[in-house]
Design a protein around this ligand. Sequence first.
Ligand SMILES: CC(C)(COP(=O)(O)OP(=O)(O)OC[C@H]1O[C@@H](n2cnc3c(N)ncnc32)[C@H](O)[C@@H]1OP(=O)(O)O)[C@@H](O)C(=O)NCCC(=O)NCCS
Length: 192
Amino acid sequence: VTGTSHSATPQGVIRALFRDAVEMTRAATGDTRPRTVVRTALLQDGYALLVTTRVRETARQLHVPLVNRALRLAQTALYGIEIGKDVQLGRGVYFVHTVGNVVGGNAVIGDRVRFMGNVTVGTARDDGYPVIEDDVVLGAGARVLGPIRVGAGAVVGANSVVLHDVPRGAVVVGSPARVVGTASARLSSADP
Ligand SMILES: CC(C)(COP(=O)(O)OP(=O)(O)OC[C@H]1O[C@@H](n2cnc3c(N)ncnc32)[C@H](O)[C@@H]1OP(=O)(O)O)[C@@H](O)C(=O)NCCC(=O)NCCS
C-alpha cells in the first residue's frame, strides 16, 4: 500500500497523474499499452475522479483555501461520491461505478483497488478506519467498517459487511462477511 504522497510541484502532480492513468488502466483492462492508457484516461469517469482528488491533495499541501472543499462538492454533485480529505488513495484506484461510494476518515486505499459502486469504507464505532491493500475488489454495496485490514488481492462480495481482517487473496461474502474461497480469475470490470 503506497498511499498518496506526491510532491506539490507541477512535475510531482503530472508524474502522479501519469502513474494513476497507467495503474488505473492496468486495473481496468490488465493492459498498459499507451493507446489503452490514453483511451481509459479520456473516457473513464474514474480517471476524472482521480485527477480532481490529486488536485484536492495538492491544494491542501499548499494550504490553498477552499479548493479542497469546492472540488469535494463537485465530485459529489457530478459523480455521487464522497472521498474524505484525510483519505489516502493509492495509485490508479479504480471506481468502476462512481455512484454511492463513501470513503471516510483516514482510510488507506491501496493501488488499483476496484470499487464496484455504492461501497462504504468507514468506521464502525468511531474507533478507526480500514486499510485496504493493493488490488482488492470491493463488490457492489460492500461495507468495510472499522480499524481492519483487507489483504492484497482479496475480493469482497456484493453487499457484504466486513468487520474483521480479511486474509490476502481471500473471497469473503455475507453479513457479517466470512471467507468462502480464494480469489482466482480477474473479475470483469466492464466499461460503464
Ligand atoms: C463473491 C463473488 C466474487 C463470487 O466469488 P466466488 O469465489 O466465485 O464464489 P462462488 O460464486 O463460488 O460462491 C461461494 C459461496 O458464496 C455465496 N455468495 C457468492 N457471492 C455472494 C454474495 N455477494 N453474498 C452472499 N453470498 C454470496 C455463493 O452462493 C456460494 O455459497 P454456497 O457455497 O453456499 O453455494 C461474487 O458473487 C460477487 O459478489 N461479486 C461482486 C461483483 C459485483 O459487485 N458486481 C457489480 C458489477 S456493477
